[in-house]
Design a protein around this ligand. Structure first.
Ligand code: GLN
Length: 202
């Protein structure tokens, strides 16, 4: 099979880090800012950054409805941090008027880790992986509640946020509250590309 064309939503955020991982995995990253660019991708990564800014820019670029349509139609998608917020059907502590793309039947809490530990790093067990994933959390959300169709992939193991859900998957939509794109550990991206994009969701 030819390399899948994986879009990286490029309105704002750590686009370059995701594109670099995708290149390492042999996928072809394409920056997505406009509806025509979105039409041309086999999958989409939604980076970390600032979800309120991304929402405003998605509206300004006429991208919000096309994003909703394509994800509803089954486009494989992987969101990290702000990208997780964009993929959530519901947000707690969102900015006034903040909307999401949706696709995951979850409620996320923005900036959930609070001021004390608003950026932290911790190892988390990730479903199906034999070694923990190093989770870098930067003003991260967590998943407050997840619907019955949502698979919980990782929870915080220790500390004040122990038990909080930080990675989920529903069908071909995957999201982490942390940033695997900054650690050099490509396993989650690889799983996304190999299992959810190329193998059709198995
Ligand atoms: N706090 C940011 C938001 O609400 C997310 C932070 C991140 O992506 N690192 O969008």
């Amino acid at each position: 099979m030819t390399a899948p064309v994986v879009g990286v939503l490029s309105l704002q955020g750590d686009v370059r880090e995701h594109a670099a991982v995708l290149v390492r995995l042999g996928a072809t990253p394409v920056l997505v800012r406009r509806p025509a660019e979105l039409d041309a991708v086999d999958a989409l990564v939604l980076p970390g950054g600032e979800s309120t800014t991304m929402h405003k820019l998605a509206v300004a670029f006429g991208l919000l409805e096309p994003l909703r349509r394509r994800i509803r139609a089954g486009l494989p998608a992987f969101g990290t941090c702000a990208g997780m917020i964009l993929l959530a059907d519901r947000v707690e502590d969102g900015a006034l008027g903040q909307q999401t793309v949706g696709g995951l039947d979850v409620t996320v809490r923005r900036n959930a880790f609070g001021r004390q530990v608003d950026s932290c790093e911790t190892d988390v067990d990730f479903a199906g992986f034999d070694r923990p994933v190093h989770a870098v959390l930067i003003r991260a959300p967590w998943v407050e509640t997840a619907g019955a169709g949502v698979e919980v992939l990782a929870r915080v193991g220790t500390g004040p946020a122990a038990g909080r859900i930080v990675a989920v998957r529903q069908g071909r939509v995957l999201a982490t509250a942390f940033h695997p794109e900054v650690t050099g550990d490509d396993r989650i991206h690889r799983w996304f590309v190999d299992a959810l994009v190329e193998a059709g969701g198995s």
